[in-house]
Write a protein that binds this ligand. Structure first.
Ligand SMILES: Nc1ncnc2c1ncn2[C@@H]1O[C@H](COP(=O)(O)OP(=O)(O)OP(=O)(O)O)[C@@H](O)[C@H]1O
Ligand SMILES: Nc1ncnc2c1ncn2[C@@H]1O[C@H](COP(=O)(O)OP(=O)(O)OP(=O)(O)O)[C@@H](O)[C@H]1O
Lengths: 215, 215
């Protein structure tokens, strides 16, 4: 069981705090709006009403004792940046900050955020792509250097089965789906035969995906 | 090439509109804040300054001619709901609305939204889960009734290879990764032998994933 502090309980901060709490961790929530604090008082381990960018306040709660701090202050860029900087200065181990835009994100990282997130922008991009194009898979967040790519199949795959081509062994990629015209075959059987014009959605290391494209 | 209208150009609406525009579609942006309109004026096909929930205005732009409308008004629940309702009434084909919370979402759907999105909440849940637990894959949005599940392997898989078990053919699921202690094998080779305690990340139809769990 870890312990976290969430500063700023807007839509993002609130959901973040509740998720961590429901996973069984200790969560301290902070917000300068007493109504927000009141509403969240039974939903977290502890909720405090305070200005987040106040150095004395942050010192008094021992921010270096938390496993991570989440800065969910969105519209007040100054408070968001100042809070992040103070957390870093006071020895906070890991800081995630919500960013308004790229410039704000750059500054947050400069002053010590370990990770910045763009919830509105990222979901908008994903939903917009899904709406306007025929992607097999909306989006995927994979660890490290793995990703998913959609590509036309190499000519020499036409007429052969997945098993025959020994794709996983030879190319070290995983075929997630085959798109054939307007039809979609997710998790195709190994006996599936590729046809001219097929598009595949494959997952693998970036280097292996690149190698496949030039075949 | 489609044509879209985005009402409310906050962080979400702005990113949505730009994504559609950059995909080559016609995008009309609307916001009642002239500074926002000014800032976006070269980024979309056309940007107008107007109150979005105004019926005469919506009538004048012929909302039924757009392929879809996106309501990116967040904090003003009344305007968000009214705009969505008017779009529906005036024959808009497809409406996506940003929701503040579950109750707001229910109302939006009742008045005609085809889809509601919770950017802040959804990303918070995803990042929080990623932070506080050891998920192999952050999250994945798949079409229809496919999903990804992490589960302990059935006892009878221990000591056998993926090929031997004919997993894709027999269970109709795709093994995306094997988690062994703190090690992670993404896109494992078909010759991989399962060991006691292994956790697998598998993708398949919800019904097939369920069937696997009870084995
Ligand atoms: N300086 C501050 N000190 C403490 N709390 C703050 C401070 N600034 C903002 N907050 C709180 O943080 C929360 C989020 O702030 P705000 O609404 O400005 O951002 P937002 O990005 O629109 O949030 P979200 O999109 O997550 O709803 C609010 O509940 C607000 O009261
Ligand atoms: N009734 C309205 N008519 C036109 N534009 C509006 C209306 N209400 C809000 N807007 C605009 O919509 C945009 C988003 O509104 P708001 O900032 O309240 O929501 P938000 O959910 O915090 O946005 P985001 O999180 O996407 O930044 C703003 O640019 C605002 O000027």
């Amino acid at each position: 069981m870890n312990s976290y502090i969430v500063l700023g309980l807007g839509r993002f901060g609130k959901a973040f705090a509740k998720t961590l709490y429901n996973l069984g961790h200790d969560v301290l929530g902070v917000d300068n709006n007493p109504d927000v604090v009141q509403e969240m008082s039974d939903e977290l381990t502890h909720v405090i009403t305070s200005e987040c960018s106040n150095e004395d306040f942050l010192k008094s709660i021992g921010v270096s004792n938390f496993d991570a701090a989440i800065v969910g202050i969105g519209n007040n860029l100054q408070a968001s940046i100042l809070t992040t900087a103070l957390l870093k200065e006071l020895g906070c181990k890991y800081i995630i900050s919500k960013a308004q835009n790229d410039l704000h994100a750059k500054v947050l990282i400069t002053v010590g955020a370990n990770r910045v997130v763009f919830p509105e922008r990222d979901m908008a991009i994903r939903v917009a792509n899904n709406l306007a194009s025929q992607n097999i898979i909306d989006s995927i967040q994979l660890s490290g250097d793995y990703s998913i790519m959609e590509t036309n199949i190499p000519e020499k795959w036409v007429g052969k089965t997945i098993t025959e081509l020994a794709i996983r062994t030879k190319y070290r990629v995983n075929i997630l789906a085959i798109k054939r015209g307007s039809e979609l075959f997710i998790s195709p059987a190994p006996s599936s035969i590729f046809m001219e014009g097929d598009i595949v959605s494959i997952m693998g290391r970036d280097s292996d995906l690149k190698a496949l494209k030039v075949h």
